[in-house]
Write a protein that binds this ligand. Sequence first.
Ligand SMILES: Cc1cc2nc3c(=O)[nH]c(=O)nc-3n(C[C@H](O)[C@H](O)[C@H](O)COP(=O)(O)OP(=O)(O)OC[C@H]3O[C@@H](n4cnc5c(N)ncnc54)[C@H](O)[C@@H]3O)c2cc1C
Length: 422
Amino acid sequence: MDADRNLWRDSARETFEADVFTGKTSVDLCILGGGFTGCSAALTAARQGASVLLLEAETIGHGGSGRNVGLVNAGLWLPPQAVCDALGQGQGMRLNAALAAAPAQVFDLIETHDIACEPVREGTLHCAHSASGFKDLQARFEQQKALGAPVTLLDAAQARHRTGSDRPHGALHDARAGTIQPLAYARGLARAAAQHGARIHEHSPVTSVAQDGGEWIVTTAQGIVHASKILIATNAYHQPVKGADVPSTTPVHYFQLATAPLGHNLAAQVLPGGEGCWDTGTVMTSFRKDQAGRLILGAMGKPDALGLHADWARRMLARLFPQIGDAAFLHFWSGRISMTSDHIPKVMRLGGPGYAIFGYSGRGIGPGTVIGASAAMALLSGDEAHLPLDAVDGYDEAFTGIKGQFYELAARIAHAGGARLG
Ligand SMILES: Cc1cc2nc3c(=O)[nH]c(=O)nc-3n(C[C@H](O)[C@H](O)[C@H](O)COP(=O)(O)OP(=O)(O)OC[C@H]3O[C@@H](n4cnc5c(N)ncnc54)[C@H](O)[C@@H]3O)c2cc1C
């Protein structure tokens, strides 16, 4: 099995290609990074009539946006009350409300711009991996219900019916959520932004930014941009930019494997309703199908322990869905999550008209779309009231390397020890 065979790259129906940036230009907004955050910001700013240049170091969706599970969730990994505990009630409720509406915003963009990214709006199932996991789901259910969210708590029998697996101890269904082909979504956003006039360049890493006479000078190997505002949307895949002090966050690795399409009979038994799933385990597991009916299994862990994680995945697949048997995995890929210590994303001012946005902590499809768009609005208007959470002047997180190693150790112990989920 190839250690870097990304299903999303192989199956994306959206294509996008752009030239290297060369020469000199002036724009209202220069964006660094072509993931959900940067592309959403570019689309929003271009639709506002601003001149926009997006510079991507590799290709659109090279980072987390082209590697993730594709669960379009209605919030962060934290339950709503924990968000309020971390940010205070007012700001917490503002962020919760914005992210609750995020899936609708994502699916609206997909429809408006006709993005071919396999959208499925059947909700997600947060599956209890144990009795205590089910208690966690009960607490989340109460909190979401109090906010008027369309959530349903399923007992073990109902969860079995919905997933096709007898392992979950129950599940929380969130009808707002759904799944997408994430790389195709990122490419579709880029295409839509370009159609609205944004200029996008790939293979154009920004090497430095500096302020001069009230404007930004953004430099790549072959070009220079004069920009009124900048947005650094490089997140977990940040490549060094001289003059931009983008803080490090804890890198958490997450891998996925996909089977061949299951075939009609099996596909009708496994997740027959098409929901995307993840579990309550601390070393999280996810599973979903794509449009072709492949079963995609994912969990925390680095690709350099491919053998260990792949062995675990085979055991887990057999445990979750014995009806699939020992189907081979044809795709294996992984990505890096930017985790903050409070699991809340950051919009950081750059000491001039600009932000760096990072730290979605594993929840970037809805949040990246919403926060990227709102940051573009805040920068163009000069009004931070557009942001769904307060911008900060700095962010400092200690021991990110050691914390990242701790997550990896936990994943290896969990995957060496057994399969989990029930
Ligand atoms: C394996 C995995 C599973 C996940 N699952 C989910 C999920 O199911 N649901 C969900 O909501 N979220 C999920 N996430 C999180 C989500 O994918 C990320 O939060 C999101 O993609 C971040 O988007 P972004 O645009 O901020 O950054 P990225 O998508 O990482 O984009 C940053 C871009 O910046 C570019 N770049 C870096 N340095 C420079 C430079 N100097 N100059 C120019 N460009 C530069 C990079 O090449 C990259 O393309 C997952 C993440 C991973 C890794």
